[in-house]
Structures are given as structure tokens and as C-alpha cells.
Design a protein around this ligand. Structure first.
Ligand code: PMP
Length: 356
């Protein structure tokens, strides 16, 4: 029996994926070997990598100019790999500061060029997405973090600009329909909506690359990863395999538009309870609420520990808020069943009645 897993990442995976992965751990497609025991340059594994890359492109409906890579180092490595590949010394990149993760991206970019932080919601502890900003036309790119995992805010609109857009989509990738072709580079750690920890997905337009004079170390060069079919060195085979299974699962569900309907329903149910239950209160501006990470607190913080214990008894796990916000954070990633949100809402109602 599984619990109701609201972890922020690594997080819940579809049962089918876990089942298939567990079989492949013992015997991969009847080969008599575990997926962990086959060479990455064998045709069965190359097929896994190619299917994963092409499913990303298909599910996101990306134009031909995009190349999909599975890399290592997490989204955290992308904070530096992006500017290292796109920014010439002396160039400017524009960043919007919407929290801890965008700050880390900003810090790394400063090693490669000028960083213009064009807007920030820091003064209100990142409880909203900045709406007013001017994008300098000379900027090489504009970087945004589409979903802010810690605070529970999410960009509802893609900024309109001629400047190439770069996005960290680690915590809302493949969860909602967007015109992904408006972006020039998208990256995401795969451990939330795309699989298990250990791989990072990068979707990059080839036309963005090869334009700078800096010497890029081999392992950091997107162009070389592309030329080598995302196998410049040994890829994280098991993480790529789980990601491929997760993408197959998403396709079977009907793709992004189908999962988005369920995600909308899950988020609406939980926010509705937060807004109507007198014990709880949301922490961010309503118009910027994330459908992936729902953050909320109690007016009586002394009750929070008791509520957490009550939830644990109901098999609800992973809802303790990040230390910088406090309270609770329920992550509603693609693989979290609607039923888990129903159980969570029931628990909130019951707890509130007991306290009335
Ligand atoms: N960006 C966002 C939005 C995240 O939520 C996270 C991790 N939670 C990261 C970046 C860092 O990802 P990683 O641990 O894969 O480096």
C-alpha cells in the first residue's frame, strides 16, 4: 500500500513506472541482464535514450530546431552551463528574481557576463511574481523560473519579448500547456514531473549555440552533447530509463492537455479548502498561485505540529513547508492521484471540525 505522497521532489512516481522499472532492474527486456548491467552504447539502451528524447519533443510539441539532452549535475549545473554557453564576456543577461532558485541562477551567471536583475519579489518574501519590468533589448536572454517550488508561485503568462527566453521549469515541466516554442532554452531536473533524480533535461534551440568565443570545457558544451546524441560520456542510464517510462505514461494519459485538466482539478480542490476552512490560509497572491506546490499556513502556528501528526496518521506525507516559508507545502505533481488530494481535503475538514 502506498501513502499519499506530497513530497516536493524527489516525489511521487506513477505505479506503472515503478513496477516496470523494478522488473527491468532484474531482467531488462529479456536480455538476462539488469538495466544497470548493460552498456550504454548497446542498441537497447540507445533506443531508450532516443525514445526519451523524442517523447519530450513530441509531448512539448517542440519545433525542429530544438534538441533534447539528458545531462547530469541537476538544474543547479544549468545555472552555470546556460550562461557559459550563451553569454559572451561583456554581454548582459536579464534575470527575474522569484526566489532561492532564481537567485542561485543569478549568482552563477555573474561569472560569465553582466547580469541585470530586472525585477524581484524579494521584499515580500517572494509571495508573488513581479509584473512590472523592462527587458533591456540588448540582453542576450531573459531567464525566468516558471514555478517557484519553495514559495508556491507560478508564472501564469510567458513574458512577451524579442529577447530569447530561457526558463528553469524544474517544478512544473510537462504539467500544463504552454507554447514552449516561445522559449529558446528550457531546463529541468527530472525528479519531479519527469522521473527520478539523477538526470537533467535540457531543450535547446541549435540556433542559439556556437555564437560565443569563450572556450567551453568539453563536458559543458551543449553542442558536443548534441553531436554525441546525449552520450558524450556515460549517461545516468537508470534515471534516463525511468524518465522514458514516465514520459510513456504521460503520453498514455493523453499528454500534457489531459494531465493539465487533472492538475487544475487537484489544485482547485485544495485551494478551495484553504480559502474556506477557517484554520488555514494561503501564503501567496491568488493570481500567482502554483498548481504544483500549494503553500499554506495556520493562523495559530502552535497547531501546525498537531496537524502534521494528524496527517501522518492518515498516511499523508511530505507536507511540511520549506523552512523559509513555514507552515505546509503540498506538492501536486503529475503522478499524484486525485484521490490523495481528496484525502488531504478530508483531513483538513475533519481536523477543523475537531477544533471548532
Ligand atoms: N530549480 C527549481 C525550480 C527547483 O525546484 C530545484 C530543486 N528543487 C532546482 C532548481 C535545483 O535542482 P537540482 O537539485 O536538480 O539541482
Amino acid at each position: 500500500m502506498k501513502v499519499h505522497n506530497f513530497n516536493a521532489g524527489p516525489s511521487v512516481l506513477p505505479n506503472e513506472v515503478l513496477y516496470k522499472a523494478s522488473k527491468a532492474l532484474i531482467d531488462f527486456e529479456g536480455s538476462g541482464m539488469s538495466i544497470l548491467e548493460i552498456g550504454h552504447r548497446t542498441s537497447p539502451f540507445i533506443a531508450v535514450m532516443e525514445e526519451a528524447r523524442s517523447l519530450v519533443k513530441e509531448l512539448m510539441q517542440l519545433e525542429d530546431d530544438f534538441e533534447i539532452l539528458y545531462l547530469q549535475g541537476g538544474a543547479t549545473m544549468q545555472f552555470l552551463q546556460v550562461p557559459m554557453n550563451l553569454l559572451e564576456n561583456g554581454d548582459t543577461a536579464a534575470y527575474v528574481d522569484t526566489g532561492v532558485w532564481s537567485n542561485k541562477a543569478i549568482k552563477e551567471a555573474k561569472s560569465f557576463g553582466f547580469v541585470d536583475v530586472i525585477a524581484s519579489s524579494k521584499e515580500s518574501n517572494y509571495n508573488h511574481i513581479p509584473k512590472q519590468f523592462n527587458i533591456p533589448p540588448q540582453a542576450k536572454y531573459l531567464h525566468i523560473t516558471t514555478n517557484n517550488t519553495i514559495y508556491g508561485t507560478q508564472w501564469q503568462m510567458t513574458p512577451v519579448t524579442d529577447v530569447p527566453l530561457v526558463a528553469d521549469m524544474s517544478s512544473d515541466i510537462l504539467s500544463r500547456s504552454m507554447d514552449f516554442n516561445k522559449f529558446s532554452l528550457i531546463y529541468a531536473g527530472v525528479q519531479k514531473n519527469m522521473g527520478a533524480a539523477g538526470a537533467t533535461m535540457v531543450a535547446v534551440r541549435k540556433s542559439m549555440l556556437g555564437k560565443i568565443t569563450r572556450k567551453i570545457p568539453t563536458i559543458m558544451d551543449y553542442k558536443l552533447h548534441i553531436e554525441n546524441g546525449s552520450m558524450l560520456n556515460t549517461p545516468p542510464v537508470f534515471a534516463v530509463y525511468i524518465s522514458m517510462l514516465t514520459l510513456r505514461w504521460l503520453k498514455e494519459q493523453g499528454g500534457i492537455t489531459a494531465i493539465e485538466k487533472i492538475n487544475d482539478k487537484k489544485a482547485a480542490m485544495l485551494y478551495d479548502e484553504i480559502d474556506h476552512n477557517p484554520l488555514f490560509r494561503g501564503t501567496v497572491a491568488k493570481e500567482d498561485r502554483s498548481k504544483m506546490n500549494v503553500c499554506f499556513i495556520m493562523d495559530k502556528p502552535e497547531m501546525e505540529e498537531e496537524f502534521l501528526k494528524f496527517c501522518a496518521k492518515e498516511d499523508i506525507v511530505g507536507i511540511k513547508g520549506h523552512r523559509s516559508v513555514g507552515g505546509f507545502r503540498a506538492s501536486l505533481y503529475n503522478a499524484l492521484p486525485l484521490e490523495s488530494v481528496e484525502v488531504m481535503v478530508e483531513a483538513m475538514k475533519y481536523f477543523s471540525l475537531k477544533k471548532a
